[in-house]
Design a protein around this ligand. Structure first.
Ligand code: SAH
Length: 346
């Protein structure tokens, strides 16, 4: 099987081309520049053609191939399906904001966290994605849209902190001037609460925006929908976030997927108040996206009523734009449908 140039940073490329191909070191900079423009090896015109051929014998530029995309006009959201070299389908979403384009990146194919409302975890973990596969999602999308990507959210399928080393390398390369040059302030990592991973981020001084997928404000309720609660309970997760806030000076967001009749009660609002008081944590409310099994769409007044309860406690909140629901842009939904169709399923 071929290897992929995007798997290597500029320093590693320097080594490869000077040792393996007897080329001058500056060519690594040329190749690196082309890669971040989304060029294939045959398009790297300023390399000698014999060198290009020799490279192409062993390498391809990127390990992902584009399959298709779906566009939702109402919200200006585009969802992409890519295939990995070993034939796994993964998904990424491009969100168009006034200030630029944000790509929602998948960090794993599948997921082993098993959250009740999330499609990504339904088939378990297939495998971790490599840093090159994560970078390729952004580079391919940027090339197809003809736009620079300004923001990254690690909120596609997978649990980023369950793939720590690869995610760390991805973030460092996304941030590097030799990579995507995206500021750490424009990168958001969302976790279901892998406390050991949050602590490693602190040790490694990876200071991005951190989002904790809270979804329920007590151990009892959270245990019903998020198996991670058994390994790291809500108090430990909140504590780790507070420590991250202290070290990084980055404001923490708590994601709260509103599920009617489950976590929209007055007691829940009060418990959220207890968690947030004396902090600058922000609650990001998400209307649950309906999934094939249990979850149906909330009624129209559900969000409104819960917001009123939060307001009575002066809790800081935002409501996530309802993006891509008509194109199944909630975690794992489109990929699972596409894979089922490919297998002759529904
Ligand atoms: N594993 C990470 C990141 C991926 S999920 C995490 O748990 O944070 C990104 C966000 O989408 C999470 O907050 C997740 O809980 C939410 N999400 C998943 N399925 C959803 C659904 N059906 N409706 C609304 N939000 C959902």
């Amino acid at each position: 099987m071929k290897d992929y140039l995007i798997n290597y940073d500029k320093t590693a490329l320097e080594y490869i081309i000077t040792h393996g191909y007897n080329q001058p070191v500056f060519r690594a900079g040329q190749i690196n520049g082309w890669l971040y423009k989304g060029a294939e090896i045959c398009e790297m015109h300023n390399l000698p053609s014999a060198f290009r051929l020799a490279l192409a014998d062993k390498y391809e530029a990127f390990p992902l191939s584009y399959k298709f995309d779906l566009y939702e006009e109402k919200t200006d959201t585009r969802k992409f399906i890519f295939s990995t070299a070993d034939g796994i389908f993964i998904e990424s979403v491009a969100l168009n904001y006034d200030h630029g384009i944000c790509v929602c990146v998948s960090t794993q194919a599948g997921c082993r966290m098993g959250c009740a409302f999330c499609e990504s975890g339904k088939g378990g973990l297939i495998r971790n994605l490599t840093p090159g596969e994560m970078l390729s999602q952004i580079i391919r999308i940027s090339k197809m849209l003809g736009r620079r990507i300004t923001n990254i959210v690690l909120m596609g399928s997978g649990e980023p902190l369950d793939n720590y080393d690869n995610v760390k390398e991805f973030i460092l390369r996304a941030n590097s001037p030799d990579g995507l040059s995206i500021s750490m302030r424009n990168i958001t990592l969302s976790t279901c609460g892998i406390v050991s991973g949050i602590k490693r981020l602190i040790e490694d001084k990876i200071f991005v925006n951190l989002s904790l997928s809270l979804h329920a404000p007590s151990h009892e309720l959270r245990s019903k929908i998020m198996p991670v609660e058994k390994a790291y309970n809500i108090n430990e997760a909140i504590q780790a976030c507070k420590q991250y806030r202290k070290e990084s000076s980055r404001r923490i967001t708590l994601e709260y997927c509103l599920i009617e009749g489950f976590n929209d009660t007055a007691e829940c609002a009060k418990a959220l108040y207890q968690i947030c008081k004396n902090t600058d944590m922000l609650i990001n409310l998400i209307d649950v996206n309906s999934t094939k099994g249990k979850y149906t769409r909330n009624s129209a007044h559900c969000m409104r009523n819960f917001v009123e309860k939060l307001k009575s406690y002066n809790i800081n909140y935002t409501i996530r734009r309802r993006l891509g629901s008509s194109i199944n842009a909630a975690c794992g939904q489109l990929r699972s449908e596409y894979a089922a169709n490919q297998n002759g399923g529904a």
